[in-house]
Structures are given as C-alpha cells and as structure tokens.
Write a protein that binds this ligand. Structure first.
Ligand code: CP
Ligand code: NVA
Length: 306
C-alpha cells in the first residue's frame, strides 16, 4: 500500500505514468466518455482548513470515477473534539477505501497514515502541497512540453508550495529560482524532509526580478498561508516588493507562463495585469487538479492501468 504524503513519495517513473494517465482521463472527461474505474470505492475527505479547489476537484473527480465521497471537517466531526488522530485513522480507514486530508502539521498526516488501513493523500499541510504541484507540472507540459531542464521562478513565501516545487525539481530534473523576503526563506531540511537531494536543483536570489530572468515559468502564492493569519500585517510589509508584476514577466522568457495555485490576492502577490493577462494559465491549472487527482486516486487504489 502506498500513501501520497509528499511529492518525493513517488519516483520519476511513477510521475511519467501518472501524467500520461491524467492526459487520457482528461480527454475522456472532455469527450463525455464514462470512466468508472473506481466503482463502489469511497473516498473520505478530511478538511481542517478551508478549501474550494481541493474539495471540488476530489469530490467531482471521485464521482466521475464511479465512486463516492464522505466529507468531514474539524467543526462537524469528533476531530474537533480532540479524538486522537490515530483513533480517527483506525476508524475512518475501516469504512472507506482512500483518505484525503488537509491539515496543519505534516506530522498529523504522517500519524494518520501510520494507523490507516488505506492509502492517504496530502491535500495540503503547512509543509507541502503535492497535488497542486502535480497539477502545475501537468499544466506546464500541456502548454510547453517537457519541464526537464527548464527554470521555474518562485517569488514569495518559502511555504508549502515552495517546498514542494523544490522536491519536484530535484526529482524531475528542472531548476527553481527562489526569491523570498529575508526571514521567510526555504528551510532545506524541511523541504526535502532530511532526504538527500541535488543542491543544483535550486538557487536563491535576494532580488525577485533577478530570479525571474530567463524563467520558463513564474509562479507565486499568497503572502499569508492558512494557519499564519496573525502574521498578516507584518507579512504585508515584508512582502511588499514580492509582487509579480509586468516588469518581472518582461525579464522572463518571451513565452514564459504564469501560475498561481489560487486563491489569489490581486495587488498583493500578483498584479491583476499578470494573473488576468495572456501568459497566465491559472484556470487550466485549477481545472487540472481534478484530472491529475483522478489519475492519482486510481493509481493508489488499482495500480497502473493499460
Ligand atoms: N489551490 C488550492 O489548493 O485551492 P483550495 O484552497 O481552494 O483548495
Ligand atoms: N500556501 C497556501 C496555499 C493555498 C492553496 C496556504 O497554505 O494557505
């Protein structure tokens, strides 16, 4: 049994399969072709933080695969009344086939997985957001072909998205230019969970404009992630120069793409002209969450197909 708790849980070969499978699954969806590979299977979705895309993409995706879902939040389950995560895992995994969790610390999802009888998927933790990066890479390939050897500019917080980009770069052979305000940088040990990695897979830049030079993809995220709301005012000051604007896009490659996992704050981490401009692929990126996660759920439950 496999879990998907961080990006580096899968090999490059597994990603090659998943990305190909997601292409087929997307084509079938677009052509209204039934694809019920997970008939009678049930996905439990546990949300300890808010969500729009993750909820809709997993829920719609599971129904489209012929399965069903159970939606739980901290507020309406015993999780909010301090039932131990280990006990919740034992119980929920006896009644369902697959579990997706969005929570705070990575340790929580690791503990759940350690006591689960069924595969567990990370739907975002403070440390990682692997499903999002899977969708982002799928989106890049759809628009520009292989991501191998390419440069991704990360402008903003050294957060869950940034950590996951680094794992992906290390595994799939591309490079990340990282520019964060001081005090909000990447923690390498945390980003790679202490596992060995190629130091050349990323480079730090104090100037965000420099990080964008020659990039094939420019990407950012909110200045304040969920769970860090009390730091909001302090962060607004620290991140003021880390807004992806037209000047940053102008120094990237001519055909550079812009991505943002969403939700976005126009005028903060990104200028409206960029996110709503011709280089932005954020709506494809959001939609692709569903297609790649369908491939992921299938792979975890029934293995490689075809
Ligand atoms: N990008 C993303 O995970 O969006 P939600 O928070 O809406 O799920
Ligand atoms: N870094 C953001 C991503 C939201 C999808 C957060 O964790 O809130």
């Amino acid at each position: 049994m496999k879990h998907y708790l961080q990006f580096q849980d899968f090999t490059a070969d597994e990603y090659e399969y998943l990305l190909k499978r997601a292409t087929l699954i997307k084509q079938k969806f677009k052509g209204y072709v039934t694809h019920h590979t997970l008939a009678d299977r049930t996905l439990a979705m546990i949300f300890e933080k808010a969500s729009t895309r993750t909820r809709v993409s997993f829920e719609a995706g599971m129904y489209q695969l012929g399965g069903s879902v159970v939606h739980l939040t901290t507020g309406d389950s015993q999780l909010g009344r301090a039932e131990p995560i280990e006990d919740s895992a034992r119980v929920i995994s006896r009644m369902t086939d697959l579990v997706m969790i969005r929570t705070f610390g990575q340790d929580k999802i690791e503990r759940f997985a350690a006591h689960s009888r069924v595969p567990v998927i990370n739907g975002l933790t403070n440390e990682f957001h692997p499903c999002q990066i899977l969708a982002d890479i799928f989106t890049f390939i759809e628009h520009r072909g292989s991501i191998q050897g390419k440069t991704v500019a990360w402008v903003g917080d050294g957060n869950n998205m940034a950590n996951t980009w680094l794992q992906a770069a290390n595994l799939l052979g591309f490079k990340v230019h990282v520019s964060t305000p001081s005090g909000y940088g990447i923690d390498e040990q945390l980003a790679f969970s202490g596992r060995p990695y190629d130091k050349g897979c990323y480079q730090l830049f104090s100037d965000p404009q420099e990080a964008c030079k020659g990039a094939d993809l420019v990407t950012t995220d909110v200045w304040t992630s969920m769970g860090y709301e009390e730091e909001n005012e302090k962060r607004k000051k620290a991140f003021a120069d880390w807004c992806v604007d037209l000047d940053m896009m102008a120094v990237a490659k001519k055909d550079a793409l812009f991505m943002h996992c969403l939700p976005a704050h126009r005028g903060e981490e990104v200028q409206a002209e960029v996110i709503d401009g011709p280089q932005s692929v954020v709506w494809d990126e959001a939609e692709n969450r569903m297609h790649v996660q369908k491939a992921l759920m299938e792979y975890l439950l029934i293995g490689k197909q075809g």
